[in-house]
Design a protein around this ligand. Structure first.
Ligand code: DGY
Length: 324
């Protein structure tokens, strides 16, 4: 019988091409938007699917896994993050879960650096200033930013993406690199002369730019809270391209309003797609609609990886990105 794949949303065509090329049937949700829980459950019940491709906007919790037909053998997420999937529950049902690591590392790192530079150089504010018709000519004190050259980058999480960000800013901007991670990253230390700290607090207190690169786990929820923001330099910039709930958004708003830190750039939000309204009233905030991996090349590579994981697993081999 033809193996059947269900995708909760259209992703780059490469995935479907590869899956159809392998002889599988592919059903893509016809809704132009995120399926509600009921819609997703209903869609899953339509056929004896062998594989499900969710996005990070689909919550695949125990209840959703229970709603999947018994035929499902793999959940191949079109994302590197997997906090939206209950992996132990999937395992209990004998379902393998995969993600899309590595192919998006360089793109997310580039995007993170773009946000840091945007914040430091106030280019988003400058853009708004012109569009609002306020530009009347060069001014000596207009929208003064801050340099990042030779300053200190503090990484909260020094995995693949954090390390790539450090490499760009160390080599291109001479930044000193300090990092918190549960493990020492010997490669990062060798490449960027990075210094490891065993507490968040030590990193936050000495950094001019703090960039967050931890997964969302119970232990990292609200990792950046009122107390930790208070430890940061008044001149510091905070950038988050990981997951929104790592930052307590209300605490961040208060810190930005009080001048506890200089500014923040956010690609992700605590209650995504909702944004704490006050954030949008602050000029020292740069916001982006979760775009860090959004290049044509990378999104296509992510689609390829989704298809590869499914094909390998359904062919009886090990999916390259199976999560433990
Ligand atoms: C992911 O894939 O988890 C990223 O957040 C997408 O940008």
């Amino acid at each position: 019988m033809t193996k059947q794949i269900f995708m909760t949303r259209r992703i780059p065509a490469r995935a479907e091409e590869m899956l159809r090329g392998a002889g599988y049937g592919v059903t893509v949700s016809s809704k132009d938007g995120v399926l509600t829980r009921d819609e997703l459950k209903k869609a899953l019940a339509q056929a004896p699917y062998d594989a499900v491709v969710p996005l990070l906007t689909d919550t695949i919790d125990a209840d959703m896994i229970a709603a999947m037909p018994p035929s499902v053998k793999i959940i191949a997420s079109y994302s590197v993050g997997f906090n939206h999937i209950d992996i132990p529950k999937a395992k209990e049902r004998g379902i393998v879960v995969t993600n899309t690591p590595e192919v998006l590392t360089a793109t997310v790192a580039e995007h993170t650096v773009a946000l840091i530079l945007t914040l430091a150089s106030r280019t988003a504010e400058g853009d708004r200033f012109i569009r609002e018709g306020k530009f009347v000519g060069w001014e000596p004190m207009l929208l003064l930013g801050t340099d990042i050259k030779n300053k200190t980058l503090g990484l909260v999480g020094a995995g693949r993406i954090g390390s790539e960000v450090a490499g760009i800013l160390y080599n291109g901007f001479g930044m000193k690199i300090v990092y918190y991670d549960t493990k020492k990253n010997e490669a990062l230390e060798a490449l960027c002369d990075a210094k490891h700290y065993t507490t968040y607090e030590e990193v936050l207190a000495q950094s001019d730019v703090v960039s967050i690169h931890v997964p969302l786990l119970p232990a990292t929820h609200h990792l950046i809270n009122k107390e930790r923001l208070a430890l940061m330099k008044k001149s510091a910039l905070l950038v988050n391209t990981s997951r929104g709930p790592v930052v307590d958004e209300l605490a961040l708003v208060s810190a930005l309003k009080a001048g506890t830190i200089r500014g923040a750039a956010l690609d992700v939000f605590e209650f995504e797609p909702n944004i704490t309204p006050e954030l949008l009233t602050l000029q020292n905030v740069v916001v982006n609609p979760h775009l860090a991996s959004a290049t044509e090349e990378t999104r296509t590579k992510m689609a390829e990886l989704v298809a590869t994981n499914i094909i390998e697993h359904l062919s009886g081999r090990t999916a390259p990105n199976a999560l433990a």
